[in-house]
Design a binder for this molecule. Structure first.
Ligand code: C2O
Ligand code: CU
Ligand code: CU
Length: 513
């Protein structure tokens, strides 16, 4: 496939179904259809929302009361190989199940898209937990780039790989007053990797390498596609004006990390992290994005007329010690500074954008130590666990609403795991190397170096954090405002689908009055 042969798709903004009494209603339908993902490729059968992969962009305002009916009109058989040995995907449940989660949204549990709250076509069958047909999003949070994606237990990796993902953008007054590039100069970019069969169909492995004897389909430890797509096109290009652009970068890949940079060597001015605007912009030449992480940047193409600039990737796969990307996976997309400037660029790179409270330990009520470890299952496959527990084990993390905790991730595995908590935003305190063998043998945590600050692109509010191997990563979160059942998990979807996900229960503070 040629690189930079197709224009970047502009994702349409979803129109509300209707508005009434200060409430906004949406209707989004999951379906199967064919879409051209590259001009050298035959049409590909994909899943999407409203006949589009990625799904349409939902744009809301802080505190807007939004109701969404997520509808499943997918076929009865899955597009991709389902592994029935994996939790929640046993032969006793329908093969095609969906439940939509808005990643980063602060919502009540019954609207969060709990992995077991799945439903089938036209709600014919529903999972065991709160199955609401209309989800309510209160959007009591600041301007941020969130995304919606499927979260059905045991098949999330397949549902997302088939195409079930889209943007959910929250705006607020503070953001509007900053004069950031807006409208057509504010572009969400969903970065994903995919592989294809010769007939254009999506390739997803049905077996590990070497295969597991006695199993027809098996979950793989990680999946890496050999092409990179942005907004559903393989290696697209975008014609830009010589001016500033706001790019909302989202890593929506199953397992692949990205280390993104522009081959012009120019800086990107990062203005936002996962969950909102930074305090001040940061000039960066390269930034790392694990699966589910977001970064918003301003890129200035002023005076670059005629230039062709490639957004490139330098991240090893698996991260951090795998091989470097090859020529193909090192290329993401191209910007062509071609267009005439249509109006004078009055946008700014602001000096101050947000107030981020300084980190203190005064309000911390509890510190949890959680191990990221791996064992081997009965088929000899790697099984990644959170604190050595599986999905079905009883809830062990039960913070009280309104209290602040430090969660300490002790990673004894060989890989970086992007850990995501539902409901809350957090700040990263630090990372510190420790003696892994001493810890695994004697359960004794002995540090071998001093703590490191979070990377520049991680300063601010986050909902996903990279827990690096051989290091202890600490985050600080205030739980609430809602209480009830949520999940935390690794966002490598192959891990999340195979036990690297745990429920957590936020206790209502009322109980303790
Ligand atoms: Cu992006 Cu639990 O999800
Ligand atoms: Cu989430
Ligand atoms: Cu993981």
């Amino acid at each position: 496939m040629r690189k930079f042969a197709d224009p970047l798709p502009v994702l349409p903004v979803k129109k509300p179904w209707f508005k009434e009494d200060g409430k906004t209603y949406y209707h989004l339908t999951m379906n199967q259809f064919k879409q051209r993902l590259h001009s050298d490729l035959p049409d590909t059968t994909v899943w999407g929302y409203d006949g589009m992969y990625p799904g349409p962009t939902v744009k809301v305002h802080t505190n807007e009361q939004v109701y969404v009916k997520w509808n499943n009109c997918l076929p009865d058989t899955h597009l991709l190989p389902v592994d029935q040995t994996v939790h929640g995907a046993y032969p006793d449940v329908p093969e095609v199940r969906t439940v939509t989660h808005i990643h980063g949204a602060c919502v009540r549990p019954e609207s969060d898209g709990y992995p077991e709250a799945w439903f089938t076509k036209n709600f014919d069958r529903t999972g065991p937990y709160f199955t609401r047909k209309m989800y309510h999003y209160e959007n009591c949070q600041q301007a941020s780039t969130l995304w919606y994606h499927d979260h059905a237990l045991g098949i999330t990796r397949l549902n997302v790989y088939a195409g079930l993902a889209g943007f959910y953008l929250i705006s607020d007054e503070n953001e509007k007053a900053l004069h950031l590039p807006e409208g057509e100069f504010d572009i969400p970019l969903l970065i994903q990797d995919r592989s294809f069969n010769a007939d254009g169909s999506l390739y997803y492995p049905s077996q590990t390498d070497p295969p597991v004897p006695g199993l027809e389909t098996s979950i793989v430890a990680m999946f890496f596609g050999d092409t990179i797509l942005v907004n559903g096109k393989v290696w697209p290009y975008l014609e830009v004006e010589p001016r500033r652009y706001r790019l909302r970068l989202l890593n929506g890949s199953n397992s692949r990390f990205y280390m993104l940079f522009l081959d012009s060597g120019q800086q990107m001015f990062q203005i936002a992290t996962d969950s909102g605007l930074r305090a001040v912009p940061a000039a960066l030449k390269q930034m790392t994005l694990a699966p589910a992480e977001r970064a918003e940047v301003i890129v200035d193409f002023t005076n670059m007329n005629g230039r062709e600039i490639v957004l490139k990737n330098a991240a090893p796969a698996p991260y951090p010690d795998g091989p470097k990307p090859d020529q193909d996976t090192a290329a993401v997309m191209q910007f062509r500074v071609k267009k005439r400037i249509t109006r004078i660029d009055t946008s700014r790179i602001p000096e101050v954008m947000n107030h981020i409270p300084p980190l203190s330990f005064k309000d911390v009520t509890r510190v949890r130590k959680l191990t990221l470890n791996s064992v081997t299952d009965q088929f000899g496959r790697d099984l990644m666990l959170l604190d050595n527990r599986t999905w079905d084990d009883p809830v062990t993390e039960n913070p009280v609403a309104g209290t602040t905790e430090i969660w300490t991730f002790i990673n004894v595995t060989m890989h970086t795991h992007p850990i995501h908590l539902h409901l809350v935003d957090f700040q990263i305190l630090d990372r510190q190397p420790f003696d892994v063998s001493r810890f695994t043998e004697k359960k004794e945590l002995r540090f071998t170096g001093s703590p490191r600050h979070p990377d520049t692109e991680e300063e601010g509010w986050k909902d996903t954090v990279r827990a690096d191997p051989g290091e202890v990563t600490r985050i600080k979160a205030r739980f609430g405002p809602f209480s009830g059942l949520y999940v935390w998990h690794c966002h490598i979807l192959e891990h999340e689908d195979y036990e690297m996900m745990r429920p957590f229960y936020v206790l209502s503070s009322q109980t303790f009055l």
